[in-house]
Design a protein around this ligand. Sequence first.
Ligand SMILES: Cc1ncc(COP(=O)(O)O)c(C=O)c1O
Length: 366
Amino acid sequence: MRVFSRFVSLSALRAEFPVLGRLAYLNAGTDGPLPARAVEAARNELARELEEGRSQDHFARRGELTDALRAAYARTLGCQAEDVALTTSTTEGIAQTIGGLGLGERDEILTSDEEHPGLLAALAAAQELRGVVVREVPLRELANEVGPGTRMVACSHVSWMSGCLAPAELAEVDVPVLLDGAQGVGAIEVDVAALGCDAYAGAGQKWLCGPDGTGMLYVSPQLRERLAVPRRGYPNLADPDEGLNARLHDDARRLDTLSLNAETVACALAAVAVLEEAGWPAVHERATSQAARLASLLADAGREPAPRDATTLVSFPSPDPLAERERLAEQGVIVRNIPARPWLRASVGAWNDENDLDRLLGTLFK
Ligand SMILES: Cc1ncc(COP(=O)(O)O)c(C=O)c1O
C-alpha cells in the first residue's frame, strides 16, 4: 500500500473519510469529503459550549482556534500567518480585494473567459457600482493583454472549468494580480511568492476538506496598505474599546470575516491536520498523478478531456451532462457538470483510489 508520510498509508488516509466507503466521491472541486475526526472536533466544541456556557474562556478558546487555523492556512499558501485573513469563502476574499481597491470610471480589470460566478459577481459589482471596465480574454493570454488602462488582473489560479493553470508570466506584470485559488490551495502546491500574486483567495471546504463557511485571503503587505476596509467589526480592530478612534489591525486580520464560530474553526483545523499528517507534497503528487491517469484513461476510451494542466480537475465531454451526472450519482459516482460547457468534471483527490476511477469509467461506459 502506498505510503504518504512515514506514518500514513493510502488506506489509512481513506479511512479518515467515511463517505469514501460508499461513494466514488470525485467532487472535491465543489466540496471535499469531510474527515470523521473533523466532525468530531466540531461536536466537541459544541459539547463544551453546552456544558460550560460561552463567557470569557469561550472567547479565549475561539481566539486560540482562529490563530491555529490562520497558521495552518498560511502553511498551505507558503506565507506568513500575518498575511492571511480568515474568510467564509473564496468569494468573500475576492469581494474584499476587488471592493477595497477603490477603482473607478474606466479603470480596467482584466480577467479570463472561464471564471466562476464567485469572481464574476465581484467584477459585475465593480462594473455596475463604480464604472470599472471588465475585459475578458482567454486565460492563457492574460499576461500579454495587460494594457495601459489595466489596474488589476483577477483570474483563476486553476480554472474550475478546464483545470488549466493561470499563466506563470502573471508573476511579471506590473499591476496587482488577484488569483482565485478555489481550485488551487490544497489541490496543488501553492507558493504565493513564487506565483508573484498580490492576493490569493481560497476555500476551506474544497481541497482542504473543511466545513462550508471557511476560507482564506492572502494579501501581500504592499497591497494591504492600499486596500480600503469599509466593512469592519471587532475582529478587525487592534483596540476595539477605543470607540470611533479604534484602529484596524496592521496585519491581515483587518480583512477577517466578521464572525467565525468555534465549531466551524475546530472542524476546519482538524481537517487540515489530516492532510498535513499525510504530507502536503505526497497529497499533491498523488492527486495530480491520479488525475493525469484518469485523463489518459478517458482519452483511451474516446472521451478526450478538455485541454488541462497538471492539476486535480479532469473535464470531459458528455452527450447529456445533466442526465449522465444523475445516472452516475445513482451508481454512487459523484461528479459535477460544467454549466457553460457540454462537460462533466471529475475532481481527483489524494484520497481517491484506483477503484474510484474504475467505478467512474465502468459506469460511464456501461
Ligand atoms: C474557481 C472558483 N472560484 C470560486 C468558487 C466559489 O467558492 P466559494 O464557495 O469558496 O466562495 C468556486 C467554487 O466552486 C470555484 O470553483
